[in-house]
Design a protein around this ligand. Sequence first.
Ligand code: SIN
Ligand code: NI
Length: 261
Amino acid sequence: MNDYPLSEEQVDYYQTNGFVALPDVLDEIELQDLRVATDEILATQHSGEIERSSGNPEYEQIFVQKVNLWRINEAIGRHVLNTRIAEIARRLARVDAVRLWHDHLLTKMPGDGSKQTPWHQDRPYWPMDGLGQLSCWMALDDVDESNGCMWFVPRSQTVGLLEPINLVSPQDIFGLVPEEDGFKATPVSVPLFAGNCTFHNGLTFHHAGPNTTDRPRRAMVTIYTPDGTGFNGNGHVVTDPLGLHEGDKLDGELFPILATK
Ligand code: SIN
Ligand code: NI
């Protein structure tokens, strides 16, 4: 398949605002494959999948989160390792090469009681040094403000790395922005059709509302990190079993290179 027709304007938009929405990244067949795979995963959550969950039951009040499904599901593997999408990430981040950090499936299904996802940056939760990480949030269902589409604060990535927000009892992230930054936060919602996605920088403030509809909200998120990113010694569900030492590079089979210049 041809490269995604990413324009320099879209790259500039991402670089300036810390996020960008891209249409038609998946075709109908890819989308359908992923939906079937996701539903299989959700239907088997009582069995061996449990160790793939976030490990934090309280998070599951916000969204149902399943991590690194590319390791256990072929169709999700095809999506997460899709070099066409990784190349978009590499170009948006303006780096020579990107590796997979991890995937996660974030669902807010009708009636599952999931709440809003509080405003946060992603990067503070990740046990790594350096910046430039970004997430591809792929809509598997049409999403808007009523069923938990993403919201972003344009340019908020310029604030830099803050302390992690407690997602379960969140403090106000906007209050953590130093006043001298003169930063005016104006959130924007990003409704998407299924098969469209957003990419956001790990430093960009973002949030999603609850799903108040009877429609599903399934999102498959793939997170990329620039090649050369090191482990900083902090705990994380993905790295905890690996016996890494501070300063070790995130490389090897769990963090494959997915796109290079
Ligand atoms: C969500 O999908 O509810 C939040 C996604 C994110 O935090 O990246
Ligand atoms: Ni996030």
